[in-house]
Ligand binder design. Structure first.
Ligand SMILES: [Zn+2]
Ligand SMILES: [Zn+2]
Length: 259
């Protein structure tokens, strides 16, 4: 029983209620329920009973049903907040069996270079997910953020890339137990198929990029790290040799093709 179905039932009842009441009143009038005579009669007390129900009990039932609807709605909201309802099927154990190929964005950080997700989790080209929040979890767990995510539509990943200009677009396959979401998948393990290299230098956004350079970054959580950017020869000219990598070297370091 959910709030919407109770609401629909109430709506249906309210529509037929006036007709039912009018029919009952007409019936009691026809059989003499409203006669002027002083004699008490069963039909008169029945008419009296009907009016009592209509005037007093009716609104109480109505209010009670409204309260029930409100309560059910609250329960649904609470359920939504505590469980991850982005799942496109009701039962988390009713898992879909399909190929989980997707797209996402990642930063390349550290030395040696490593993939780093938007949330800061690091992974290699082939990784089994681990839960940072609960050691009892074997990812993915519905309702927890553990597991590898990917969009099924490349345009979503491209949009995310446009608002995270330091990141790279990567093509992945997810394996193991997986959940289907409205925009993609969440699964147990991930294999990075290839990285799509940007067409423009990641600094000047004008010239064609030539090599990777490591820049020292500080993020909002106030820890510093090395982040790799793909830059043109002008934007990478004053970097020391140990802070530079060719496309070939980066591909070997990440064990992933770059395209
Ligand atoms: Zn977890
Ligand atoms: Zn440049």
């Amino acid at each position: 029983m959910d709030s919407a179905s109770v609401e629909r039932k109430l709506g249906r009842t309210l529509r037929v209620l006036p007709a039912v009441v009018l029919a009952l009143l007409a019936l009691s009038y026809l059989v003499g329920g409203f006669s002027e005579s002083a004699e008490p009669s069963a039909i008169k007390s029945f008419s009296h009973f009907l009016f009592t129900v209509f005037i007093a009990v009716g609104p109480i039932i109505f209010i009670a049903v409204l309260l029930l609807i409100e309560r059910l709605r609250r329960a649904t909201e609470k359920n939504l907040a505590t469980h991850n309802h982005k799942l496109v099927y009701a039962d988390a154990f009713d898992l879909p069996s399909q190929e989980m190929h997707g797209h996402k964005i990642a930063f390349i950080t550290d030395r040696p270079p490593t993939f780093t997700g938007l949330t800061g989790d690091r992974y290699t080209h082939d990784t089994v997910a681990q839960c940072a929040l609960n050691t009892q979890h074997v990812p993915p767990v519905a309702g927890c953020e553990c597991g590898f995510y990917a969009y099924n539509d490349i345009r979503r990943a491209q949009h995310e890339l446009s608002i995270n200009p330091g990141a790279f677009l990567i093509d992945v396959d997810l394996f193991g137990v997986g959940f289907t979401y409205t925009h993609g998948f969440k699964a147990e393990s991930q294999l990075v198929n290839f990285i799509t290299l940007p067409k423009r230098c990641m600094r000047c956004k004008t010239l064609p990029p030539k090599k990777f350079v490591a820049t020292y970054k500080m993020n909002y959580a106030s820890f510093a790290y090395w982040q790799w950017e793909f830059r043109c020869s002008i934007c990478s000219h004053n970097f020391k040799e140990q802070s530079c990598m060719s496309v070939q070297e980066m591909s070997q370091a990440l064990n992933t093709p770059l395209r």
